[in-house]
Design a protein around this ligand. Structure first.
Ligand SMILES: Nc1ncnc2c1ncn2[C@@H]1O[C@H](COP(=O)(O)OP(=O)(O)OP(=O)(O)O)[C@@H](O)[C@H]1O
Length: 255
């Protein structure tokens, strides 16, 4: 469970996250959607204590994020940010093993090795284990960072645009993997998504943000309506539901 209360972040006079309150229950996959600059990354960064809010409180798995020791928080919460630059020359296996640091303290045991192997296999990366990160394609590198975050095995996992650079097969398989982690292991997964079709088809719940505020929050079917999405993005959008699947159609804003 992630609980956010009255969270605000300002740059000068502009509140880029403006009095946001949210409860994201455990065992659910929540997509955060909204236009560029809506405040999605800022919200995730504050939840993960990478950025200090001006006001507000955040609790993750019952822990107050502002006052919990780093090593305790890192076992409950992981985040993968939008941009990941690592200057050291690391292999995929080394990177994913870093995810175990909060558990292993730098002295990995069999349990750590198991998590690393599982994360590599889940992200289709076993053949790349000994490759250096700068010898991978963009999508392979992105999958390696996601594998590192999974290996951390935190209760709550935050991902900022995890599907960036992924082909459609890997994107779908990553969403299935994250959904299974929620369903079968009770994880709480929150991810910023720009692909609203994928959000509509995989997320249990959606948080729609614009101008630093929550425009809508709730179950995916309630939030992802043509009317709401058109207003959110300022573009004509319709949503078709067919059995269990959902198609979001975008129209050109002019001829
Ligand atoms: N250091 C900063 N100084 C001033 N404004 C900033 C700073 N960092 C971010 N912002 C502004 O905060 C707002 C929210 O940014 P944020 O990255 O959270 O948006 P986002 O919804 O994640 O956008 P995107 O979809 O483009 O990734 C933006 O308008 C951005 O320009």
């Amino acid at each position: 469970m992630i609980e956010v209360e009255g969270l605000t972040k300002r740059y000068g006079a502009t509140a880029v996250v403006d009095d946001v309150s949210l409860r994201l229950p455990e065992g659910r996959l929540t997509a955060v959607i909204g236009p560029n600059g809506a405040g999605k990354s800022t919200l995730l960064s504050m939840i993960a204590r990478l950025m200090k809010p001006d006001t507000g409180r955040i609790r993750v798995a019952g822990l107050d994020v502002a006052s919990t020791a780093g090593e305790v928080l890192a076992r409950r919460l992981s985040i993968l940010r939008q941009e990941n630059h690592i200057t050291a020359r690391l292999t995929v296996g080394d990177l994913v093993a870093f995810g175990r640091f909060p558990h292993s303290g730098g002295r990995p045991g069999p349990e750590d090795a198991r998590h690393v192997a599982e994360a590599l296999a889940a992200l289709d990366l076993a053949p790349f284990r000994d490759r250096f990160l700068d010898e991978l394609s963009g999508g392979q590198r992105q999958r390696a960072f996601v594998a590192m975050t999974l290996a951390q095995d935190a209760d709550c996992m935050l991902f900022d645009e995890p599907l960036a650079s992924l082909d459609i097969r890997h994107a779908i398989s990553m969403m299935e993997l994250l959904r299974d982690l929620c369903r079968n292991k009770g994880k709480t997964v929150v991810l910023v998504l720009h692909d609203i079709n994928i959000a509509a088809n995989f997320a249990d719940g959606v948080v729609a943000m614009k101008d630093g505020r929550i425009e809508a929050v709730g179950d995916t079917g309630e939030v992802m309506t043509g009317e709401r999405l058109s207003r959110l993005y300022g573009l004509p959008i319709s949503v078709e539901r067919n059995g269990g699947s959902c198609i979001v159609n975008y129209f050109r804003s002019r001829d």
